[in-house]
Ligand binder design. Structure first.
Ligand SMILES: *Cc1c(COP(=O)(O)O)cnc(C)c1O
Length: 581
């Protein structure tokens, strides 16, 4: 049963702009395709939503949580299917070494309700999975769990345990949907670890009497594969023998088994290859990424990805006072979409207000830092006019957290001039010895310098709250991925939303706009980039001391990026792609 128009909340009487009106009407038409019984389904191995008890590892999970919240605001019937991991890791610094602490998590503490059990067949056993659910207004989280499910990304990629988790999510999640009485209008696969959801659907259609080719066409037309990885070679693969133990027992249709069998090359299967075959709709997460992602189908043809740049939920990530200011300036509508003439309206932004708002953000940051000591065990509290650079992102090599420390004298000179602070935070992947060592080296060098020891701070256990605190409370954000390696990145979006100046290399979603939109770092080699980074840091300090410059840079930055960072824009782009008019 479809009640047309009911599920896209957009109060028409408030709309003066005629384009907005037609936009809203058109959006309502999409409800023909999605309805509460046929929701948009979003599959993800990682969800980062601490409020709901699920802690992810990074950007992939943050994106998933934001997407659901935006669907909620836009009134889109939406079901997110994900594992609930009964254990999570917390990182702390012991000396200069990162250590992991494993903490149990109970879903009943976070408002999830037990629905029933579903079963998947693995290695000759029937594995019992709990289906749990948390319902919101028009969205819900459906999770699959059991006491031995393990942690997110536990075990090696390509290991039995990972395959088990992925099979449990795909087949178990699909069974859970049926149990609840939902049919997917669309299956969005947030990366290939969720491939088995589409396979479960294909198998169900085929084993219920639909002709295999018809079922394949149907599944393909309703499946969207969202790729976040640049190189296919880096993707996980599994052996035929692993599939025979974990996957094949869950398939009913002989035709599907045969189809799957043909996807193996030399006894191994890359999930990405099979996902490309089962999803006709494919997207990459920024313009640059969609262009450079180097994927080939089994026939050897290069795969085309539609560029749908990630966005963030502004309601979650912008300081409420800043969001309020955006509305006052008439930059965004009630769904956080930039209005047509937002760039013109930005003219009225004043640095006086920006400085007031950043003061409120600074207070918030101080609150958050009360429980988060730095590497010296010191609780940091910053005055309104303290100057803060932040570098907050997963501690992985291509993001280059160590780059700013390559010329310590220079870094010290810049910070000294303004008595500025540099806050560094980021989680090291469990088992990543190389990055763990890099962090130790940074801390050791910093400790050896009397000035830097007091002005460079590492905060352990990077999480959503710290990301928020630094976005609202810092002055300048630093983002330095090696160009070509960042798919999109969303942490810089949080900084742009909160009126920080952005220093960045031209990569990921940053490269959706022109190189002049922010304080760009580039060069023909790392030494040149480093040189430019330091110059940009000095420039950023000066800009915050000069209203004219600050206003100019912030307006330029927001003009370029407000539509890009808007998560409502992202979900609209997905809806336009999935349900073309
Ligand atoms: C925003 C956020 C991320 C995503 O960062 P990227 O720039 O996409 O890598 C990762 N972890 C946390 C805790 C975040 O808040």
């Amino acid at each position: 049963m479809e009640k047309e128009g009911q599920y896209f909340y957009h109060p028409l009487e408030n709309i003066e702009d005629i384009d907005l009106f037609y936009d809203a009407v058109e959006r309502q038409h999409l409800t023909r395709a999605v309805s509460p019984e046929r929701p948009y389904t979003y599959w993800t191995i990682e969800l980062y939503d601490q409020k709901n008890g699920i802690r992810g590892g990074g950007g992939l999970g943050i994106l998933a949580a934001d997407t659901r919240r935006i669907a909620e605001q836009m009134g889109v019937p939406f079901a997110l299917i994900t594992p609930f991991y009964p254990s999570e890791t917390k990182q702390k610094l012991v000396g200069e070494k990162v250590e992991n602490e494993h903490l149990p998590v109970k879903y009943t503490d976070f408002g999830f309700r037990f629905i029933d059990n579903v079963f998947v067949k693995c290695c000759g056993n029937l594995c019992q999975l709990d289906v749990i659910e948390k319902k919101f207004k028009n969205t819900r989280i459906i999770a699959i769990t059991e006491p031995n499910f393990g942690e997110l990304y536990s075990g090696l990629s390509g290991s039995d345990h990972r395959l088990y988790q992925e099979v449990a999510l795909g087949f178990g999640g699909y069974a859970a949907l049926k149990l609840i009485g939902l049919k997917p209008a669309i299956i969005q696969l947030n990366e290939v670890a969720t491939f088995f959801a589409a396979l479960a659907r294909l198998d169900e259609l085929t084993s219920n009497g639909m002709d295999f080719y018809e079922a394949m066409v149907y599944t393909r037309k309703h499946t969207l594969y969202t790729n976040h990885t640049l190189v296919q070679a880096a993707e996980a693969e599994f052996s035929k023998e692993q599939f025979e133990r974990f996957v094949v027992p869950n398939l009913k249709s002989l035709a599907v088994k045969k189809w799957l069998h043909d996807k193996f090359e030399n006894g191994r299967l890359k999930l990405s290859s099979a996902t490309i075959e089962i999803a006709e709709l494919r997207s990459g997460v920024s313009k640059l990424h969609a262009k450079v992602a180097n994927y080939h189908d089994l026939a050897g043809n290069k795969v085309k990805f539609r560029a749908i740049t990630n966005g963030i939920d502004l309601t979650t990530w912008a300081l409420p006072d800043i969001l309020e200011y955006y509305r006052e300036l008439n930059l965004i509508d009630e769904l956080n979409l930039p209005v047509a003439n937002y760039a013109e309206n930005l003219e009225k932004l004043t640095t006086e207000r920006v400085r007031e708002l950043k003061k409120i953000g600074r207070t918030k940051l101080n609150q958050i830092l009360k429980n988060r000591p730095d590497q010296n065990g010191k609780i940091l509290q910053f005055a309104d006019d303290d100057f803060i650079f932040d570098f907050k992102r997963r501690f992985v090599d291509y993001k280059r957290p160590d780059l700013p420390f390559k010329n310590l004298q220079q870094l010290r000179k810049i910070l000294e001039k303004r008595n500025a602070h540099y806050i560094l935070t980021g989680r090291v992947h469990t088992g990543d010895e190389k990055m763990s060592e890099k962090l130790r080296q940074i801390l050791e060098t910093v400790a050896g310098d009397e000035y830097l020891r007091e002005h460079v701070h590492y905060i352990a256990n990077y999480d959503e709250l710290l990301a928020y605190g630094l976005s609202v409370g810092a002055n300048v954000a630093i983002n330095l991925p090696t160009v070509g390696l960042e798919a999109c990145g969303t942490s810089w979006m949080k900084d742009v939303a909160n009126l920080n100046l952005l220093i960045s290399t031209h990569d990921g979603g940053v490269a959706d706009a022109s190189i002049n939109s922010y304080l760009n770092v580039s060069g023909t080699d790392e030494a040149e980039e480093l040189d430019m980074l330091y110059r940009r840091m000095e420039e950023a300090i000066l800009a915050w001391e000069n209203d004219f410059d600050l206003e100019y840079l912030l307006k330029k930055q927001l003009t370029a990026y407000l539509p890009i960072i808007s998560g409502a824009r992202m979900l609209n782009d997905y809806l336009d792609y999935l349900f073309p008019k």
